[in-house]
Design a protein around this ligand. Structure first.
Ligand code: ZN
Length: 343
C-alpha cells in the first residue's frame, strides 16, 4: 500500500527534475558505472528530497540524508550578474540573501534550464523588490524543499569561488595570469581510452609549462601518477565539500618540487605545470593529444561519495570562464625554474 502511495510522488519528482538526469561517468578516478545505476541514484535523491511521512516510515532509521546529484547549469554571464547583485545586497545591509540564494531562486523559476534573457529579467525584478525592502519573492520559498536543495547545492559548489558573506570573488582561474589558453564546453563528451566513459571536467589547452593555479585553498590529498590523468594533483577544500583534480601535468617536472600529499595550499598558489602526460600505466609518459590541463571539481557531501558510483562531478566550464576575471600573477625563479605567486 505504501509503495502504491509513493509511486505517483516518485514519478512527479522525476518529471519535475528531469534536468537532473545524470552524465555521471568517469574521469577523475579509475572506475566505471552504468546508466541504470545512475538513474537509480537519481530516483534515490528525488525520493530522499520528498520528506513525506510515508517516506520517513519506509526509511531505515540509520539512513543518512544527503544530496546525491547536482547539475550545475548557470552560465558565466549569469554567475557574474548574480555575484555583482550579491555584493550590492551586502552594501545595502541585506546579508542573508547571497549568490546561492539568488541562483536557487532563478533555478526554481527556470526549472534549472538557465537562459540569459529570462534569468536577467527575473534577476532585475528580484533586485528591484529586494532593494525596496520587499522580500516576499524569496521568503515564500523559505520552507520549499527544492529551494533548500538548490541553496545547499550552490553553496557546496561555490563556497570556494564566491565568498558567501561578502559576495567577493575568492576563487582563482586554474591558469596563471598572462598565459594563453583555449578550450570549449566539453563536459560529458565521450572518451574511449581504457573503457567508454564520459568526460567529467574541462580541458584547458595551453603551452607546456604554463603555471597551474589552485582555485581554492585546501589540502593536497593526491599527488603522483595515475594511468588516466598522468601526473596529477588532487586538492580537498577546507570544508571537505569540494575535491579539485588537476591532471596531465608536465613530463619530468609536473609540479613544484616541494609539494607533497598532506600539504596545505592557498587559493592562487602555483600547484603544477601544464603538460600532456597520461593515458599510460607507465609513469612519466606523454599522451598523443595536445597539451592541456584537465580540470575537474567533485562535490562530496558524504564519505560514500568520495569514490565509485556516488561521485558527483560538476561542469566547471562556466566557473572557469567566470574566474577569468580573477587570475593569479606569477613570477619565475630563474635558478629553480619554479613559478610562484606574486601578491
Ligand atoms: Zn579532460
Amino acid at each position: 500500500m505504501k509503495k502504491l502511495l509513493l509511486l505517483p510522488v516518485l514519478v512527479t519528482t522525476l518529471v519535475l527534475t528531469s534536468a537532473f538526469i545524470p552524465q555521471n561517468y568517469e574521469i577523475g578516478k579509475e572506475r566505471n558505472s552504468n546508466f541504470s545505476e545512475n538513474i537509480q541514484s537519481v530516483i534515490e535523491i528525488e525520493s530522499s528530497m520528498v520528506s513525506t511521512e510515508e517516506k520517513m516510515e519506509e526509511k531505515k532509521p540509520e539512513e543518512k540524508k544527503f544530496i546525491k546529484w547536482i547539475e550545475f547549469n548557470p552560465s558565466y554571464q549569469i554567475l557574474g550578474r548574480v555575484q555583482k547583485a550579491h555584493v550590492k545586497l551586502v552594501s545595502k545591509g541585506i546579508t542573508d540573501i547571497g549568490s546561492c540564494e539568488i541562483l536557487a531562486y532563478l533555478a526554481l523559476k527556470n526549472s534549472n534550464r538557465f537562459n540569459i534573457k529570462a534569468d536577467t529579467k527575473n534577476l532585475s525584478k528580484l533586485m528591484k523588490e529586494l532593494e525596496s525592502g520587499n522580500r516576499e519573492s524569496i521568503d515564500k520559498y523559505e520552507d520549499n524543499k527544492y529551494f533548500k536543495y538548490y541553496v545547499e547545492s550552490y553553496h557546496a559548489v561555490l563556497d570556494g569561488i564566491i565568498d558567501a558573506k561578502s559576495g567577493t570573488i575568492i576563487g582563482f582561474h586554474p591558469i596563471a595570469k598572462g598565459f594563453w589558453h583555449t578550450g570549449y564546453s566539453d563536459f560529458g563528451n565521450s572518451r574511449t581510452y581504457g573503457f567508454k566513459r564520459r568526460h567529467l571536467g574541462h580541458d584547458l589547452y595551453g603551452g607546456v609549462g604554463t603555471p597551474i593555479i589552485s582555485m581554492e585553498s585546501g589540502t593536497i590529498t593526491e599527488l603522483g601518477w595515475n594511468r588516466y590523468g598522468g601526473w596529477r594533483v588532487g586538492i580537498r577544500s577546507e570544508d571537505t565539500k569540494r575535491y579539485y583534480y588537476y591532471a596531465h601535468l608536465r613530463k619530468d617536472h609536473p609540479y613544484p618540487a616541494h609539494l607533497k600529499i598532506g600539504d596545505k595550499v592557498e587559493a592562487g598558489q602555483v600547484i603544477g605545470y601544464l603538460g600532456q602526460t597520461g593515458y599510460s600505466s607507465k609513469e612519466n609518459v606523454n599522451m598523443k593529444t595536445k597539451a592541456h590541463l584537465h580540470f575537474g571539481m567533485q562535490i562530496i557531501f558524504d564519505k560514500s561519495q568520495e569514490d565509485g558510483n556516488g561521485e558527483i562531478w560538476i561542469d566547471v566550464y562556466n566557473i572557469c570562464k567566470f574566474l577569468s576575471a580573477n587570475k593569479a600573477k606569477v613570477v619565475k625563479d630563474t635558478e629553480t625554474k619554479e613559478y610562484s605567486r606574486v601578491i
